[in-house]
Design a protein around this ligand. Structure first.
Ligand code: ZN
Length: 105
């Protein structure tokens, strides 16, 4: 599982993202600015359990901020790379939150 660290060009926010090697850098989760990859050459591989743990952590920080839609988007992306029932359950959880909060989320 390739895990990369990205840094925002605009606000300097550093975050991790599980992403394919050839994909373009994701946008900053804080300000939607452009980002660049911090670890250039070699991606370090993490096992599935660790990947799920990191995804969960990130998910929780979205939820804490009330960013349910971002959390859902993040989980959709993460589930492309990490196949785990836990992620599916988190996705269902956020779906419930989204329908409850409606357009506000
Ligand atoms: Zn930013």
């Amino acid at each position: 599982m390739p895990l990369y660290e990205f840094c925002c060009r605009k606000c300097g926010y550093i975050f991790e993202e599980i992403t394919p090697i050839d994909s373009s850098p994701p946008f900053c989760p804080e300000c939607s600015g452009e980002t660049y990859r911090l670890i250039s050459a070699v991606s370090f591989k993490i096992d599935n359990k660790e990947a799920v743990r990191r995804i969960e952590k990130r998910f929780e920080s979205y939820i804490k901020d009330g960013k349910y839609r971002d959390a859902a988007r993040f989980l959709d992306k993460a589930s492309e790379f990490v196949k785990d029932d836990k992620i599916k359950r988190l996705r269902e959880k956020v779906e419930k939150k989204l329908s409850k909060h409606g357009k506000r989320a």
